[in-house]
Design a protein around this ligand. Structure first.
Ligand code: ZN
Length: 308
């Protein structure tokens, strides 16, 4: 079985304006990084638009209406200070949802061993009723609920190594013991949440790192605070909120990870998926704003997924 990649040109048509870090060029950087010969066996599939029913498992109808209404017919509009929408944004976000749900379908049916979804906008800051932090819909939480509702999986783990805390994912799963949320992130940093004391109903594990922390601190935190709750949870599916803005080159983050760290962490999570989840693992792109750091990190991550 192969590693599958979901992509779509519409992910580059979500426009955010000059100088915005979450920009269309990120998709070109990811595509270029995956052109290498090492990726010739990657199973590339075009994403389809997701269903609103999938979205409604995590967001109220009013949230969807608000985003649809904010989307301009030309130019750009602001949802908050840094969350921008353009005419194709709603469709792009729905395709990101579609790809995340299709990825779950694929690892459950065995069409793919694992999947990387190279989509934007990202999702982990989108709360139940609030689009923020460049995010409209929360793909990771939507994929988790899709796995449960459509495929009957019981326990889904979401591991988030983006440099920012996934306040949106935490908000959505806060009182849902069937979904484990484990996040490493820099603190203090946007959005300000993610303290160790935020634990949901015992299903939320926040593992804050300090500015300038690098390989040693990240791997120690992962071994000591990410792996134990994951092992204890015995997930039926592992979802990665794969942000690459903890890379040392990233302009928004202050951590010092290298692509080797993403390779290593990917290996750790593949092991968990192999031990508990029949190898079922879905990885969703979140942040990563230095094009070179993003490209190299994605290459290293996907290479590891392909090794399995
Ligand atoms: Zn981020």
């Amino acid at each position: 079985m192969m590693t599958r990649l979901y992509h779509h040109p519409i992910f580059a048509e979500h426009l955010t304006g000059p100088g915005h870090p979450e920009r269309p060029e990120r998709m070109a950087a990811v595509a270029a990084a995956l052109e290498d010969e090492a990726f010739q066996n990657l199973d590339r599939v075009l994403a389809s638009e997701g269903s609103l029913d999938a979205v409604y498992r995590c967001h109220p109808h009013d949230h969807v209406r608000k985003i649809a209404r904010s989307t301009p017919t030309e130019g750009m509009a602001r949802i908050d200070g840094d969350t921008i929408v353009s005419p194709q944004s709603f469709a792009a976000a729905l395709h990101a949802v579609g790809a995340a749900c299709a990825a779950v379908d694929d690892v459950v049916s065995g069409a793919a061993r694992n999947v990387f979804v190279a989509a934007r906008p990202p999702g982990h800051h989108a709360e139940r009723a609030t689009a923020m932090g460049f995010c409209l819909f929360n793909q990771a939480a939507i994929a988790a609920r899709h796995a449960q509702a459509v495929h009957g999986l019981e326990r889904v783990a979401i591991v988030d190594w983006d440099v920012h805390h996934g306040n949106g994912t935490q908000d959505i799963v806060w009182s849902d013991p069937s979904i484990l949320y484990v996040s490493t992130h820099q603190m203090p940093l946007y959005p300000g949440t993610g303290a160790r004391s935020e634990t949901g109903v015992g299903n939320v594990f926040n593992v804050p790192l300090r500015e300038d922390d690098g390989t040693d601190e990240f791997r120690a935190a992962f071994r000591e605070a990410v792996m134990p709750p994951l092992e204890a949870f015995r997930p039926d599916l592992v979802i990665i909120s794969a942000g690459f803005d903890a890379h040392h080159r990233d302009p928004l983050g202050g951590l010092n990870l290298t692509e080797a760290d993403f390779d290593w962490a990917t290996g750790q999570l593949l092991d968990v998926a192999s031990r508990h989840a029949g190898d079922r693992l879905v990885s969703l792109l979140e942040g990563g704003y230095d094009l070179q750091g993003l490209g190299r990190s994605v290459a290293s991550h996907v290479k590891r997924l392909m090794i399995g």
